[in-house]
Unconditional design. Structure first.
Ligand SMILES: Cc1ncc(C[n+]2csc(CCOP(=O)(O)OP(=O)(O)O)c2C)c(N)n1
Ligand SMILES: Cc1ncc(C[n+]2csc(CCOP(=O)(O)OP(=O)(O)O)c2C)c(N)n1
Ligand SMILES: [Mg+2]
Ligand SMILES: [Mg+2]
Lengths: 371, 324, 324, 371
């Protein structure tokens, strides 16, 4: 049990605490590529919102190491119960990028048929479970799924991500308590970005750290520099191995920072000092990792430029492809409420389709999402 | 055929389904060694072990949240909430997660679970052991809601619910747990969800109810029949999906309707039944649609026998619409 | 008189009541320095300080639970839930505690609080930022439920709610927050709870609605009026206690009713309205009671403009009952 | 912060750990009297249920020190947010005993008009807040009330009691988290009787203790021998003083044991070993205290006998007085839902009263409570 900050890579890109990377150069480059691509994806997502091409965006800037390096320690058949700031995992698990933009647009290419707000992805083919807006609700699900894995005698784990604010919800508490009792193979990753919209962590809880909360459930816990790819990777990897071996759950606090506003509807300057922001800008997980890779000669400037260019092109193409598609069909208003459409919904479907034919499509006077 | 109580029929259905399919798992407070506070899970812990009959910590949101995760992963959990009155800490998980998972994931994930819970009054439980809050759930798209009224239906509906691929709220009328016995075949059989039954046929007045109100309605209807008012009783059995056809056919025949439910009158599921009839069969109506229901107050303790709908009240309503 | 938005009217009511009575306290997520995500509490933190405008940890059950304790002790808390869709973690506190405290303590304790929360769709919020779940609360004895439809009412109803000695759920139609302006007197005034208004009078058809549906109904009714169908619109303003008299008087006059609400049709508050009419005024009815409501599905994202009740749909219903 | 068991009085009635009582002999005798009276009250409550004179009973046998010695450290104007095993506090605060039996019967003498099950008392005149069946719901209320005390600049505290099982509920978590953040004058007392109906504490949580859970909220916490009047009193007293001085909340775990079944509907032999029970019978808080008082000459055998006799008589008289009263009036079905009876309820009231006149009183075919 450790609530001291675990850190292997300092802000200048130097390895500290006698750390030696366990990943080979190729893997390190790949990790870097993923982070670059995710950063570009995230920038463009916000821009699309600013340009009015999507209705809302919620970003992960500054939290790339926290979610990418941790998920990198998983097998593909391990399940992810995400929050909304982990798009890098979908990119890592090779979901076609345009699909993610289809979700943001909410068009017919969205596997969820345009039913949720942007950035609420779900991709069963890569074991990335559906994202919910209501916070912390996914945490008990991860416990249930991992109970099932254990019950089935599979050596899989379930990982769930959530923010610091979300640890205040009852569902955080009940989930960790259940996991402690049943020793489920669950990895709880709190991305402590120190803010819950406008509420700083100091007003969120008086506990010394998030990691210490694991004690309340008899769950081994670690506090990690969440902007340090190495620390995040190693601690997660150890937790996963322990879980696979029947050693039970782990709580990991990735101490990081939200470099953007909460979402496209938020303006962090209303409540957050510029100094604090500037300070954390210097701790950017990508810059730090880049410095290390450059100094080790694992990548060079050209590599960086070409990766950035590649990322831009990939994203451009993906957006183009996504924007070609149409709205979901009227039928999608009625499917998937139940396995089969019940008779009352069939009636409502018939009436609605008739009406839209008779009167023309309803006028779209929706307002822009305000938050 | 064995004469079983409603509780025994439920226990039997659980046992048989657990034998048939090892994905079926029970979890809840005191469901294990203790067999549940009503003994609905009696003997299951002994037969299936603590991994399949799981005593949980005291947290309804955890019970349902964990069951959702199990179901998404492919198990068929049957979480028990000890009393329906204690379901609310799990309300978020039920209405925002369980009910919407299939929809929001575009059908990629489903949540095949059966949430069993005893509901209703008549056992001197006061306002925290007597609630009938089915209307919160019937107003929540994505859920199915089932309420048996007798041992035979209880077993057949529970088996259907367990095999259903959508989340089902299975409400057990606790007042009837041990007060009625009925024939229950030992072999497996199912009663399809969404089909009402008509335990009493009649031509003059339609009485619509479900669960613990059925014996009360039947007793009132029999009295009415004796007085020459031919009364039909519809037992909905499943509230969602609703068997509108059976309701409307009966109403079109009788033109006179009494709806009976235990919950507070305002906004109860009976209000929906009335609204459907007023929307789709008003031309056939020859009298007001009367609702005999609980008062718009919490459930009392000492005076519960005065609070609850009883045969006298239902009988008066039948007479009133008949003579209208 | 100043022209204010609905949001400004709410802000003004809060400010005035806080100036008048230092027992009035606000608490919720982001209500402080940030002024609330919709800015309803803008400026209050600055004027009244962090002890009276409390940013809370992220836990709805804590917000409401703590507010209940404050209210029992004699403060007048106004907890905010950021979106109605996130009220459910507090459901237990609301239905079992807030609503029943006075009753179960024999009137020794009461819970004078106003739970403010934005509800409803039309802002591209998908199914977790668009819900209208008022029917869960109107079915809960012990709560009052208020839904303003314009700036003037919002201020007067909010002041009444704050001064009321019972717990009030105050639902703010977020679609109307900034889209309509109206005259709002700067001085204090109250609109009594339990009194509907009639923004449009008519003799042929009665349209009943509340909150964000009112502008839609008025627009439909005006069109109907132009076509010679004299349409009355009733704005309930308060769902509980309900102004049954105004409803029944209108229905008795017109004999034709359309009820409009945003929530899923099955089990919505409109079903209760219909049931009341079918129970108490059926002799006056000359047409089916039509309900124009949300679909029995979760709220969608992309197609929300097709999902939601709109003036065309209401207008068609008016015509339909008129021509029945 | 201590999660070591604090204990001053051993099972043989000897003071240990250099403890010297801070209460004078008179107060100690009074504390003893209260415990004796509460034990008798509790025994008779269960008997009344067995005799069919009340519908349900839920007892506090074995937990007398835990609730009585802790509440003894309070002022009368401090507020109690109770669970259902603290009747001794009402006795201490001098609520007429017959009133408590009126509540159990649910008759017109019950200040709550027979609306809740037995043992769900509420007595505002002694600042003993209404008991709820739903567990843990009172914990956030205590935080709210104590926030109000602090806001009003009163030097009061709120104390809330709850069981070990109740710490698993979300409301425990959110309440302690809020209290930690606002530093409210709240004392959280967990009566860890090691069982939640049939679920032992080992299946309730994997945490090392209940007290350790306070760390998750930055709240000072103590684990106390809950069957030791001295330890309970002293630790509570310290916590109360700290709270009055603006030092914020404390979590106290009273480690104790439920000597009875969960309630009159429960049969603990279904799930609990007789050995365990016998072991704890020896740790009875009253016997232990009695031994101490006897050995110190603060009481003698005669005193004990006369106190027991007094208790019996008091209870007998109280029951007699309570059983004379009638059912609450029909009107009580409708009052107190709101401040004023709204028109729909007036209508329902009129109908019901007319009906009962017309048809005679409804038949009482309620079943006995099964739990
Ligand atoms: C149950 C619930 N309450 C409130 C909200 C509104 N809300 C959305 S994000 C957010 C802050 C979340 O903070 P945190 O958990 O730290 O995650 P972060 O956004 O910092 O990643 C809030 C209050 C919500 N989505 N769900
Ligand atoms: C929310 C809720 N869930 C379940 C119950 C049913 N129930 C009543 S008492 C009890 C056990 C309580 O255990 P604990 O908190 O340890 O208190 P104890 O009875 O041991 O004093 C349970 C499960 C309830 N009353 N409320
Ligand atoms: Mg955060
Ligand atoms: Mg206990």
């Amino acid at each position: 049990m450790s609530t001291e900050l675990i850190k292997y890579l300092d802000e200048e890109g130097n390895l500290i605490n006698n750390y030696k990377p366990s990943l080979d150069e190729k893997k390190l480059r790949y990790l870097y590529d993923l982070m670059i691509l995710t950063r570009e994806f995230d920038d463009r997502g916000l821009k699309l919102q600013r340009q009015g091409r999507i209705g809302f965006y919620i970003g992960c800037k500054g939290q790339e190491a926290s979610h990418i390096a941790s998920a990198f320690a998983l097998n593909d058949d391990d399940w992810i119960f995400p929050s909304y700031r982990e798009p890098g995992i979908l990119i890592m698990r090779k979901v076609p990028l345009y699909k993610l933009f289809c979700q943001m647009i909410g068009n017919e290419g969205d596997p969820c048929h345009g039913r949720q707000m942007p950035c609420h992805y779900s991709h069963r083919e890569v074991n990335f479970v559906s994202i919910s807006s209501p916070l912390a609700t996914q945490i008990p699900h991860a416990v249930g799924a991992s109970y099932a894995m254990k019950y089935n005698k599979e050596k899989k784990v379930a990982v769930t991500y959530f923010g610091d604010g979300s640890t205040s919800e009852g569902d955080f508490h009940v989930a960790l308590n259940f996991a402690g009792v049943y020793k489920t193979p669950t990895i709880f990753i709190c991305e402590n970005n120190q803010w819950a919209i406008s509420v700083p962590i100091t007003k969120q809880t008086a506990s010394e750290s998030i990691a210490i909360k694991g004690l309340a459930y008899g769950i081994e816990s670690f506090k990690v520099d969440g902007n340090d790819v190495f620390a995040v990777y190693e601690v997660t990897k150890k937790a996963i191995e322990k879980a696979r071996d029947g050693g039970g759950p782990t709580l990991i606090e990735n101490y990081t920072y939200r470099l953007g506003s909460h979402s496209s509807s938020d303006d962090a300057t209303r409540y957050r000092s510029n100094q604090e922001y500037e300070l954390w800008l210097k701790k950017d997980p990508i810059i730090r990792f880049e410095k290390y890779l450059l100094s080790e000669g694992i990548i060079n400037k050209d590599y960086i430029d070409s990766q950035k260019k590649f990322a831009e092109e990939e994203i451009n193409n993906a957006i183009k492809q996504a924007e070609k598609l149409k709205n979901p069909s009227l039928e999608t208003l009625f499917t998937d409420v139940y396995e089969d459409i019940p008779s009352n919904l069939k009636e409502q479907m018939k009436n609605l389709i008739d009406e839209q034919k008779r009167l023309g499509e309803s006028e779209d006077n929706s307002l822009a999402f305000p938050l | 055929m064995a004469q079983l109580t409603l509780l025994q029929a439920i226990n039997q259905a659980l046992k048989e389904e657990m034998r048939r399919d090892n994905k079926v798992i029970i979890l809840g407070e005191d469901v294990g060694l203790n067999g549940g506070v009503f003994r609905a899970t009696e003997g299951l812990f002994q037969e299936f072990g603590e991994e399949r009959v799981i005593d949980t910590p005291l947290a309804e949101s955890g019970i349902i949240g964990m069951a959702i995760g199990m179901a998404m992963y492919g198990l068929r959990p049957i979480p028990e909430i000890q009393f329906m009155d204690f379901i609310y800490p799990a309300f978020e998980q039920i209405v925002n997660e369980m009910a919407k998972m299939r929809y929001r994931s575009g059908g990629q994930y489903n949540v095949p679970l059966v949430l069993r819970t005893p509901y209703g009054g008549g056992i001197r439980g006061g306002h925290y052991h007597s609630q009938s809050s089915e209307a919160y759930f019937t107003h929540t798209p994505g859920l199915k809601v089932v309420v048996p009224s007798n041992p035979y239906d209880a077993k057949g509906l529970l088996i259907s619910s367990i095999r259903d691929n959508d989340p089902v709220l299975f409400l057990e009328p606790k007042k009837l747990y041990r007060t009625i016995k009925g024939e229950v075949p030992e072999n497996e059989y199912i009663i399809p969800l969404g089909k009402a039954s008509i335990p009493l046929q009649g031509d003059d007045v339609t009485v619509i109810a479900y669960g613990a109100m059925i014996p009360i309605c039947i007793s009132a209807a029999k009295k009415a029949n004796e007085e020459g008012i031919s009364t039909e009783v519809i037992d909905l059995r499943t509230l969602i999906p609703l068997d509108k056809e059976t309701i409307l056919n009966s109403v079109k025949k009788t033109g006179k309707v009494v709806i009976v439910y235990e919950a507070p009158k305002t906004g109860g599921f009976g209000s929906e039944l009335s609204a459907i009839i007023a929307e789709e069969a008003i031309e056939y109506l020859e009298a007001p649609i009367l609702r005999i229901a609980g008062l718009d107050t919490p459930y009392p303790y000492t005076l519960e026998h005065i609070y609850s709908p009883d045969p006298r009240r239902v009988y008066e309503a039948i007479k009133k619409v008949y003579n209208f």
